[in-house]
Write a protein of this length. Structure first.
Length: 558
């Protein structure tokens, strides 16, 4: 059990949590939710012993084994699979001892290492690491690639795999679905469902929370309240709690007004003085129930397109992929269906069209070509064969996975808008940015200090400014909190143009998309099912695999 008693936490001068008393029991899977900046990640730092509480105590079991995902990964020469195996520090140490003993031809030490590996289930460590890598989207031929060869997003996945490899009684995951695509999210959800220890997880993916959580810990206004149930259950319970709180407040205010009126009327009248005094005592005992304060909801919108032709964009018999000349590399997970004449063909003979009002979700296994298809629709990738036809009035709004990183350090939101609309007044920019929740002077702040969510919101605002009639969105929700994701879903639902969406957020995809197309095995074809049927298709295909196999026998915590 983990217990917080009279717990308070500050970061700098800011009080994050105060008077917290909660107990979390072994085996619980707890979703930690709340607005950005409320103290979720700081609470994790306390659990890990990285910072001390400002007040009170946190009680952790003796010899508790904690696993978490590292925030940074250096450019190591180690093979990816060796990096993941090293998460099991005991197995890794014995394997290193075996290698050293073999090199020294110390056969007694080699025999002792083999005996120890058998005792701690070390012989299957590489197989377990391989299943983790496969589940998180790494192709088999990338397992021996050096960590340094992977991009930042793929190193995040390596850190996640390493954390899952670590034997633990408590697993801390902070936004684990960022940098994952849908098939990896579905695999991770299945893996975590079988995890035997306690799970504390910060996530803005409500479907992921609903699929895992037995409890929800809500941080709000310096308080923490534990709810039984998943995120949807928490929302219902909290709504009912707020309703009852408001009723109690209104009832108390009515009683307070009645008592104050009686006291004011009769306090000077001798015959009523005793009754007036009793009402003064009653007034003092009223609990002081707080009124429910309405939280400001974020509302965004994509402006109506200037022109909305019926047929917007079409690919006819297109082969899409990459040119292999120079150092063009599709990435560690992409695989070419055909490689010839210096080209890597990812999808062949694509026949795909966009018309006004289309809302299409792209599904498909990791590396099958979803992003390749989107880049081809945008025109970012040259066609390897076929034809791309676009209406003369086509206006594209494109959010790529690297869009947030392409914002300019040292510039303000207004600077970014001025680059695309130099003749517009500063006040018009301020009014527009205010509608995207950059009010007042925030429009003049340099983005260097912006959070990932704020940068993603600014990137979407820049796209919306152009009044596109086609939105091509490749993982737009990374770094967005739950409130902003709901606002985005509502804005996309009201958008009149066409949408193509790639997202690991099943809630957003389900709300926005009317039809689905599957990108798999070098083909792009309409998928007739829903997201649940797609998950079943993935399982049948064998994309899942691996269960928690840690903490066995002598390695279990005391």
């Amino acid at each position: 059990m983990i217990a917080l008693k009279n717990f308070a936490l500050r970061r700098g001068e800011r009080l994050l949590l105060s008077d917290v008393d909660i107990a979390l029991h072994a085996g619980a899977k707890v979703g930690v939710v709340g607005r950005n900046g409320c103290g979720k990640s700081s609470l994790f730092a306390v659990v890990m012993g990285e910072i001390e509480p400002d007040k009170g105590d946190i009680d952790l079991p003796n010899r508790l084994r904690i696993a978490s995902v590292a925030q940074e990964t250096p450019a190591l020469p180690d093979a990816a699979i060796d990096f993941v195996v090293s998460g099991d520090t005991e197995v890794h140490a014995v394997l290193e001892a075996e290698r050293a003993a073999t090199a020294a031809e110390d056969w007694d030490a080699v025999a002792a290492a083999h005996q120890k590996l058998a005792e701690i289930n070390g012989y299957d460590a590489e197989a377990r690491a391989g299943r983790l890598l496969h589940g998180l989207g790494f192709k088999a031929d990338t397992h021996r690639m050096a960590v340094a060869e992977f991009s930042g997003g793929w190193r995040v996945r390596l850190n996640l795999a390493r954390a899952l490899m670590t034997p633990s009684d408590l697993l801390l995951l902070d936004e684990p679905t960022n940098h994952l695509d849908l098939d990896a999210v579905l695999w991770l959800e299945q893996w975590l469902q079988k995890y035997p220890g306690m799970l504390l997880m910060i996530s803005h993916d409500r479907e992921f929370l609903d699929g895992l959580c037995t409890h929800t810990l809500h941080l709000h206004e310096q308080r923490a309240k534990l709810y039984t149930g998943d995120y949807t259950s928490f929302e219902h319970q909290r709504a009912e709690h707020l309703r009852l709180q408001q009723i109690a407040f209104e009832k108390e205010q009515a009683e307070r007004a009645h008592l104050e009126a009686f006291i004011a009327r009769f306090k000077a009248k001798a015959s009523k003085a005793k009754q007036a005094q009793s009402r003064v005592k009653r007034l003092a005992k009223l609990s002081g129930t707080e009124a429910v304060r309405a939280e400001r909801q974020i509302r965004i919108n994509f402006p109506e397109p200037v022109k909305l032709p019926h047929s917007l964009l079409r690919l006819n018999h297109v082969d899409a992929g990459y040119t292999l000349k120079g150092n063009a590399h599709a990435g560690p997970s992409d695989h070419a269906v055909v490689e010839d004449h210096g080209h890597a063909v990812i999808v062949k003979n694509v026949k795909f069209g966009l018309e006004a009002g289309d809302r299409i979700g792209l599904l498909g296994p990791n590396g099958a070509g979803k992003s390749t298809l989107v880049k081809t629709l945008v025109g970012e990738l040259p066609l390897l064969a076929g034809e791309r036809t676009a209406h003369p009035d086509l206006v594209l709004g494109y959010f790529a996975q690297h869009t947030v990183e392409s914002l300019h350090e040292g510039q303000t939101p207004i600077d970014h808008l001025r680059e695309i609309a130099p003749g517009v007044s500063t006040q018009d920019f301020r009014d527009y940015l205010g509608r995207w929740n950059f009010p007042g002077d925030r429009a003049f702040e340099v983005i260097d200090g912006f959070s990932g969510g704020e940068r993603a919101r600014l990137a979407l605002a820049l796209i919306a400014w152009r009044k596109p009639n086609v939105l091509l969105l490749d993982e737009p929700t990374n770094h967005l909190d739950l409130e902003m994701r709901e606002a985005l879903a509502e804005a996309l639902s009201d958008f009149d143009g066409a949408i193509v969406l790639v997202s690991h957020d099943r809630h957003l995809t389900g709300l926005v998309c009317d039809t689905f197309w599957r990108v798999a095995d070098g083909k792009v074809e309409e998928f007739k099912g829903d997201l649940d049927e797609y998950a079943a298709w993935l399982r049948a295909r064998g994309s899942g695999g691996g269960t928690p196999e840690q903490g066995k026998g002598k390695r279990a915590a005391a």
